[in-house]
Design a protein around this ligand. Structure first.
Ligand code: AMP
Length: 193
């Protein structure tokens, strides 16, 4: 069975860090749509210039563009044993399209892992990220916009995956190592079923 995971959580919950560690441990490709868009913007591709103003503002790129991007990416040979999606889906519509893609491809989601974090931890992490990373979409203003967009458009996916009994919750308020162990134990348990 392919190992297919969706890492879900607000910006600052640490899902990117955890996705990277998890993918190294399981030799799976880490598919971060945010990284893909930033790479396209940096390289100045047609896609990059199309999405730049939206990404910099903290709003969401259109579902059509994102779904096309994901379809192409998960069709690459390195995804043959599975993959981890970090930052996709971000809307119910993207979730529905992903399910459609899976059924066309004869695949199914192993689990969606939700990184739960308190507002206090979140704000201190976002503040740290503002000083450590030099991301144009990480100003205080855009971080707030991204949180608002998360609550409005992405958080409904929690219930979406919960209803399908595919949601696994992880307390993301602790250390990188503790969270990493928890994610690995979830995957180990799923693989033994
Ligand atoms: P991230 O690095 O995942 O926080 O993504 C950075 C930005 O890229 C987001 O604020 C969006 O503007 C855009 N983006 C990334 N993934 C998606 C997606 N699945 N749907 C729409 N926009 C996205």
């Amino acid at each position: 069975m392919k190992q297919i995971y969706v890492f879900l959580g607000p910006p600052g919950a640490g899902k990117g860090t955890q996705a990277k560690l998890f993918c190294e441990a399981y030799s799976l490709p880490h598919i971060s749509t945010g990284d893909m868009l930033r790479a396209a913007m940096k390289a100045g591709t047609e896609l990059g210039s199309k999405v730049k103003s939206v990404v910099d503002s903290g709003m969401l790129v259109s579902d059509d563009i994102m779904i096309e991007l994901i379809e192409e990416r998960i069709s690459a040979p390195d995804c043959k044993n599975g993959f981890v999606l970090d930052g996709f889906p971000r809307t119910i519509n993207q979730g529905l399209s992903l399910d459609k893609l899976f059924s066309e491809r004869g695949e199914s989601l192993t689990a969606s892992i939700l990184f739960e974090i308190s507002a206090d931890t979140l704000f201190s992490r976002l503040e740290a990220r503002r000083s450590n990373e030099n991301r144009a979409d990480d100003t205080a203003e855009t971080q707030l916009e991204r949180l608002r967009v998360y609550e409005e458009s992405t958080a409904p996916l929690i219930e979406y995956y919960e209803k399908k009994s595919l949601l696994k919750r992880v307390d993301a308020n602790t250390s990188i190592e503790v969270i990493q162990k928890k994610v690995i134990s979830i995957a180990t348990e799923l693989n033994s079923n």
